[in-house]
Design a protein around this ligand. Sequence first.
Ligand SMILES: Nc1nc2c(ncn2[C@@H]2O[C@H](COP(=O)(O)OP(=O)(O)O)[C@@H](O)[C@H]2O)c(=O)[nH]1
Ligand SMILES: [Mg+2]
Length: 490
Amino acid sequence: MFESLSEGLQSAFKSIRGKGKLTEANMRDGLQMVEQAMLEADVSYSVVQHFMDQVTERAVGQKVLLSLKPHEELVRIVHEQLVEILGPVDVSIPLKKGEVTIVMMCGLQGSGKTTTCGKLAQLLKEQNVRPFLVAADLQRPAAIEQLHTLGRQLDVPVYSELGQQDPIKVCREGVARAKEQDADIVILDTAGRLAIDEELMAQLSRIEKKVQPQQVYLVVDGMTGQDAVNSAAAFNEALELDGAIMTKLDGDARGGALLSVKHVTQVPIKFIGTGEHLDALEPFRPEGMAGRILEMGDIVAVAQEAHRIIDEKEREQLEARMASGNFTLEDFRGVLEKIAKPGLMQKMMGLMPGMGDMKKMMEGADTDGETRKMLGIIDSMTPAERRNPKTIDTPRRNRIARGSGVAPSMVSGLIKQFSVMAPMMQMAAGGGMKDRMQMMQQMQSSMMNDPTMSGLKTKKGTGKRLSAKERQKLQKERQKQLRRLKRKKQ
Ligand SMILES: Nc1nc2c(ncn2[C@@H]2O[C@H](COP(=O)(O)OP(=O)(O)O)[C@@H](O)[C@H]2O)c(=O)[nH]1
Ligand SMILES: [Mg+2]
């Protein structure tokens, strides 16, 4: 979701980061790139202008140019501004006590009205609110059947009149039936056309006048880009909108439409549709959305996070040790300790492109706990053992295992993992962006083979051992990295 917008913003921020301290001139550059990115993501021109004005005003007002970490400051401001534009949050559907509440859905054909009626009904049912659906889309006979199918699936009553030409009559009769059946909320599924036309607008406006819904929601297809702005404006003019629902944000939807619709209608975005299934409806959260826009797949942020957890001085020491081929378990422990911050591993996974699945897999896994266990094992070693793990024989291994309360096989697992991870950690600590990207790629591929880092856990019978060939390959890779690093130092 929102890939194009987030990628655009990322590249904008990347170039700002590279320049160190911001000057008034290069902030303008960065802002221009943000502007470009938003336009490319189909945010409408006027919305972008408005957004940029506000961001600039905010940035200058806060003396961003003098701040210590200018790029962070600017990211924060853009983030805040996004949240502000997308908010305020109101995801409630206000219900009239003791009376039936009428909700009218409107939007272009194919925007997802009927599907969303079903999703809303499901959501309401879960909250012990009794929904009732009315098939007021008389343009296509199939639309009525579609709603009936949903009703059967959800066990929610659906009212329709075959052969009826007047949607107002259907709506009125439907509301009457809903009252009879003690429903709490009636959802009117109205007709849409492929493009906005006066007749459709006039019809919807008549329904609104005669049936007097308490809530009118505009359903917008999140994939429609610039067009979404025009249709949202037209609906907003013809009807008194109370909220917007944006659908199809599960595909490669562009983020722009959401910003534009919000800007044009000024009504709260109530829900977002993230799939064809009936449970794919999420209450809208501007923070989450803005966060996604700015962070998604931000490998640079990941690399920087990795870079930041090791400070400058330690980095020099690490590099020196590494250059002499002397990265020990003691050093490893130091790096681990920093990574053991709760959730950091997951966060880093989540930020990497294409790692979404991995993140899901890891959610169940207690990576933080595993890391703490590893720290415990290293703590149970003597300084000499940490410097030279090769000296750890079976009696020593058993002693360490007892000391740290793990199985002896986990001690060997850690030592093996150390030999694999050490070069990666070294890359994280030193080198430029290219090295860090490589480190991430390596980490990624090593985790692909071992997603939960089970190599670190107690070996079960089937535990995967590196073949001689794999070991050789790793060793070669490690030597290559060391050579590269040494070369760079010269
Ligand atoms: N991927 C995805 N598809 C959706 C979503 N909402 C609706 N659709 C699909 O969009 C198409 C049109 O939906 P429909 O509810 O019939 O639109 P309507 O003409 O406005 O009533 C259908 O194929 C739906 O399955 C969504 O959030 N995600
Ligand atoms: Mg429909």
